[in-house]
Design a protein around this ligand. Structure first.
Ligand code: SF4
Length: 277
């Protein structure tokens, strides 16, 4: 028996309101739509229940931040997910909507429809992505405001992600005029040569667009087509990962990255520091 969802349905794990804990929009209140399924398996992944792309239980928060869940079965109609987001936004102003996962682009046609509905309702939509599914990004890009893209290091993630694919992905996001930033998770065993190559790739793409090497931090709300900011995120121990990088390692890795590219900030997972989802 097929478990494929109908075209108007989407595999979703949860919808809830929370504080964005990572990268450029850290501290902003967002509605998170966690989509089900991921095409890779990072060693530190903290969403193991969202990795398999299949039907299952899901939960939708009724009141922003209260965790008063409505328990449902996924997949859900795309319009129902958009309605759930709207219901949370009507009760509390939110900065934007985070489409996260898993890897949202695993369901790109459905995610495009969801993003279109949210965008039509006046919501700014952010995509949190592992940066590996280039054609899928092209499909969803018209409905996005922000892209938070991971650059994967095999020495930290334990996954082999082709650097040329990640480069193409970043190029598509920049060329689409989306406010885009890049996040690299760093750990105790970060291969510095691998980090150098990843940072250099961002620098080359930024250079392709002209200057932007002043070192000034313009934040995420810069003009379309501007330069991606780079975030180093010290890994939070979880799953197969038992330790975080030392403070000395974090300083040294940022210094290394700054010598290649001037827009490098270190931001740990602040939502975990305050015990949030
Ligand atoms: S890309 Fe994200 S969701 Fe997928 S395995 Fe890695 S950390 Fe988990």
């Amino acid at each position: 028996m097929s478990h494929s969802p109908a075209a108007e349905d989407i595999l979703v794990t949860e919808v809830f309101s929370a504080i964005q804990g990572e990268a450029a929009l850290v501290g902003e209140r967002q509605v998170f739509v966690r989509l089900t399924g991921c095409n890779i398996r990072c060693a530190y992944c903290d969403q193991p229940e969202a990795l398999e792309k299949r039907p299952g239980p899901c939960r939708i928060e009724r009141t922003p931040g209260r965790r008063d869940w409505q328990l449902l079965d996924s997949p859900l109609p795309i319009a129902a997910v958009a309605d759930a987001v709207d219901a949370l936004c009507r009760r509390l102003p939110h900065h934007s909507i985070s489409l996260t996962g898993g890897e949202p682009l695993m369901q790109s046609a459905r995610v495009a429809r969801l993003a279109e509905l949210l965008s039509a309702g006046g919501r700014a939509v952010m995509l949190e992505t592992n940066g590996t599914l280039v054609p899928a990004l092209k499909r969803v890009a018209p409905w996005l405001a922000y892209v938070s893209m991971d650059l994967k290091l095999a020495s930290v993630d334990g996954e082999q992600v082709a650097p040329d694919v990640q480069q193409r992905f970043l190029r598509v996001a920049i060329d689409a005029g989306l406010a885009t930033w890049v996040k690299i998770v760093i750990g105790p065993a970060t291969d510095v040569d691998e980090l150098d190559r990843a940072v250099s790739m961002v620098a080359v793409l930024a250079g392709r667009r002209g200057p932007g090497r002043s070192g000034r931090n313009d934040g995420p709300h810069r003009a379309a087509g501007a330069y991606p900011e780079l975030f180093l995120q010290p890994v939070t121990p979880f799953g197969a990962v038992c330790s975080a990088p030392s403070p000395e390692q974090v300083l040294a890795l940022q210094e290394r990255a700054l010598r290649i590219y001037p827009r490098v900030r270190v931001v740990p997972q602040t939502h975990k520091a305050i015990g949030q989802l």
